[in-house]
Design a protein around this ligand. Structure first.
Ligand code: SF4
Length: 164
């Protein structure tokens, strides 16, 4: 009944984003789940060994996380470094954590090349977005974890309240 939920650490206010900030989400359901000890925070990029701050990264060529996992697209930084392997390593750490805690659900920060689920940036570093997913989201979904963006917290709450 009290299923655990994997969550992007930055949504809980951990200052782990590339620019040293957080992306704290506010929602009464989050407060409740946290009080119930159900939230399992993870930052895939920090887990993979990236520092804070770090250069911004995007999935190149308007591709998505699935293509990165398949070796058909790369994650690059504004410095031009190929960081695909580290992004995949971070995704694997997140998946292992989800398995360890039997999380069937995740709430991940939208727009991130790791955690995005409704949109990501297109690799041009010009602010262009498209509907794709980050590398961690792609790996979690491939293993049956249902990933929600922070804008989907209400949707997840409704699902869980119905016993989903
Ligand atoms: Fe947040 Fe995910 Fe980026 Fe870590 S990798 S800072 S958890 S969006």
């Amino acid at each position: 009944a009290n299923a655990k939920i994997l969550i992007s650490a930055c949504l809980l206010g951990h200052p782990v984003r590339y620019d040293g900030g957080a992306r704290s989400a506010r929602h009464p359901a989050l407060d409740r789940w946290q009080a119930e000890g159900r939230l399992v925070p993870v930052c895939p990029e920090l887990s993979a060994g990236f520092p804070v701050p770090r250069p911004p990264a995007e999935i190149a060529g308007g591709q998505s996380g699935q293509a990165v996992l398949a070796g058909a697209a790369r994650v690059i930084t504004t410095d031009g470094a190929d960081v695909s392997d580290l992004f995949i390593a971070g995704a694997e750490i997140a998946l292992n954590l989800a398995r360890e805690h039997t999380c069937r659900f995740a709430i991940l920060t939208d727009g991130s090349p790791s955690c995005g689920s409704r949109f990501i940036y297109d690799g041009s570093f010009g602010g262009g977005r498209h509907d794709g997913v980050g590398v961690t989201t792609a790996l979690l979904r491939a293993h049956g974890v249902r990933v929600f963006a922070e804008s989907g917290i209400g949707e997840l709450q409704a699902l869980l309240d119905m016993g989903g």
